[in-house]
Design a protein around this ligand. Structure first.
Ligand SMILES: Nc1ncnc2c1ncn2[C@@H]1O[C@H](COP(=O)(O)OP(=O)(O)OP(=O)(O)O)[C@@H](O)[C@H]1O
Ligand SMILES: [Mg+2]
Length: 379
């Protein structure tokens, strides 16, 4: 659970600290810094911004270093003993909260000009430097923001990002493979581009083979893990909206690379692999027929699918890590009708939840009384 966060030269914040309860509501007008705070919180979960892939954009205008520091409270996970009873780490079996650990997470973002170092981000846990792949296992969160509402209808890259978001939180090997795959793909594409231009490769054809091996190995891991999540999603009860996900994977293997060799040289890019994956969502219409929600679903049905996908993301992370992630809802109430809003309210209270809104009126009084409310105003 996220107890507090301090933002320093981060986006619009010069220096400010916030503390959170089980459910925290942030109310403020446009441009009051709500999404900036959410960005800082989500950054702690996987070390990446959900808004930009250019880290320096997160540093406050005119500054060189931005900082996000947070305190977490982590209950010792309960273990299930063979007889099915819940055992705490210290041998108690009362099922209550175990030993509470207090951890401090910190991310330092630099503009690359500080001390002549080219490193842009530094990750620390309790003051000890970590690699991003290790840092990301400390805090997990599921974010739902208005841009998610387009996952179903927008380009495949949004759907791939969704899969990455889920799996990067639960699986270190996925994080490692994704980094290696992305790097190898970039190198491989650069060589293919040279071939397309009719140039010869500096170290001959063998150079391509080296990257082939890396994309095959890491691409295979990525596809396998994506398959695992989709299998999980398809096996779960879905009480918001029932659907089946069809994973349209782009298998990568030596044979496939060989098969596409000529086309790849013509195109100057890698044509197979998980960077070309997609998935579609089918709703069943009874009578054994099913239809792709992207083409046949109403806007409302498409949104229900997203809500359900987010709940599945929560469940998958909970299953993988043994604890429920923090749920973050950034300004989604203005985008949804009251029926959908109520479905979201059903999810609050099952885990730590942080919500933002421009209008407090969206929140029923009964719920509001149980929330910690932070009021933001325009600077
Ligand atoms: N790097 C930065 N340095 C300083 N200010 C920034 C930086 N990046 C963004 N801002 C500013 O931060 C302000 C607050 O943005 P934010 O997205 O948090 O608002 P918000 O409260 O979510 O508003 P809305 O309700 O419109 O979504 C904006 O005016 C934006 O221009
Ligand atoms: Mg916002």
């Amino acid at each position: 659970m996220l107890k507090s966060i301090s933002l320093q030269n981060f986006r619009s914040y010069e220096k400010q600290e916030f503390s959170f309860g089980n459910t925290t509501l942030i109310v403020g007008p446009n441009t009051s810094g709500k999404t900036n705070l959410i960005e800082g919180i989500y950054l702690l979960s996987n070390g990446k911004s959900f808004r930009t892939d250019k880290d320096i954009q997160m540093i406050r205008f005119g500054k060189e270093i931005g900082r996000v520091k947070a305190r977490l409270q982590t209950p010792e996970p309960a273990r299930q003993s063979p007889d099915g009873s819940i055992q705490m780490a210290d041998g108690r079996s009362d099922g209550g909260q175990g030993i509470i650990e207090d951890n401090e997470l910190e991310i330092v973002i630099t503009n690359g000009l500080v001390n002549g170092k080219s490193q842009y981000k530094k990750f620390l846990v309790n003051g000890v430097a970590k690699r991003r792949v290790d840092f990301a296992s400390n805090f997990s969160a599921v974010l739902f923001s208005p841009q998610d509402l387009d996952i179903i209808i927008d380009s495949p890259s949004l759907r791939r990002s969704f899969l990455d978001e889920v799996l990067e939180q639960t699986d270190r090997s996925y994080r490692v493979s994704l980094i290696s795959y992305t790097k190898a793909l970039r190198q491989r594409n650069a060589l293919l581009e040279l071939l397309r231009e009719g140039k010869t490769l500096p170290a001959g054809r063998r150079e391509l083979e080296y990257w082939d091996n890396l994309v095959i190995e890491n691409g295979g891991i990525i596809i396998l893990k994506r398959e695992e999540f989709i299998k999980f999603a398809n096996s779960q009860n879905k009480d918001i909206f029932d659907f089946t996900i069809n994973y349209d994977k782009s298998v990568i293997s030596r044979e496939r690379l060989l098969q596409y060799e000529a086309q790849e040289v013509l195109a100057g890019v890698t044509l197979v692999g998980p960077h070309r994956d997609d998935f579609s969502v089918f709703m069943s219409n009874g009578k054994n027929t099913s239809h792709d929600v992207k083409y046949f679903g109403s806007r409302g049905q498409q949104r229900l699918v997203i809500l359900q996908l987010k709940v599945l993301e929560l469940l998958f992370i909970e299953k993988a890590l043994g604890k429920r992630p923090t749920l973050i809802l950034d300004d989604i109430f203005s985008e949804l009708d009251s029926g959908h809003i109520n479905l979201i309210f059903d999810q609050i209270g099952k885990q730590q939840t942080i919500l933002t809104t421009t209008h407090e009126e969206f929140i029923p009084k009964k719920l509001l009384n149980k929330m910690k409310v932070l009021h933001f105003s325009k600077e």
